[in-house]
Design a binder for this molecule. Sequence first.
Ligand SMILES: [Zn+2]
Length: 304
Amino acid sequence: MKYTRKEFIKTSALLGGGILFSGNYFSKKLNEDDNRFKLLREGFGVFNARGGSIGYYYGKDALVVIDTQFPETAKIFMDGLRTKTDRNIDLLFNTHHHGDHTSGNSYLKQFAKNIVANENCVKLQIKRNTKPGEEDKIVTADLTFTDAFNADIGKEKINAFHLNPAHTGGDSVIHFEEANIAHVGDLVFNKTYPYFNLDDEGSFRGWITYLEKLYAKFDNDTVFIFGHGPTNELLDVTGKKEDLILMRDYISSILDYTQNQIIAGKTEDEIAETKEISGVVSRTSYWPDALEKNLREAYKELKR
Ligand SMILES: [Zn+2]
């Protein structure tokens, strides 16, 4: 293992103080000392700088990365990862097409053997993230799948799958079966209002179904990585299966509320003025009009 300068100084100080660690504890300590990287289980972690959380797995015969943020933060990520492993990326996944999850593909491509995504993710990247005539400039997955993609890498069995339109039309979950860690992309905005635009071919109704299927599939031991949390604090982008239900409940509340307002004869603009919905608590806003945007999209979906 190589050390960055900062880590080396810390290591020297600890050893100088006469404190001895087992190798296992020591490697965990190094990870946790870097405030952008957080170890989840041995060899598994999450990185966060700007945009959707990056998940990673590294071992003697494996390096797998999920999502890529932006080119400049993808570089920070890769530089940090290089203190842990020299291996190139065996598989690089995109959970969905949004720019804060895929723009760093252009930087990480040079280290990756393959980029993997649901086929709709690639279609939406081209349709939604590029201007006409500039389709060639974005880097998309070169291995795509419809329903599922499986791989055995290192000690891990990886199962990536897509169920139905939800946050977008091309959301995937990547599950490391041995470690029981699942990156669910933006299917969970943990304790914050989600970004949602029907033009991304998702569905609030489908989102509820997707989360319920995930709740049934996973168990109480599963560690989840979420695309976003209320702040960029790393602890806020990981959680347990109960957090899937909190997300489902929020989307149900938005749909039920909007449906009732439509029945009561309210217009889209009148519904969008709502400042509070009963039962919706503890959600922060990335944008001042986050709730309004969710209500307008719910209205459009219900009126379709
Ligand atoms: Zn997203």
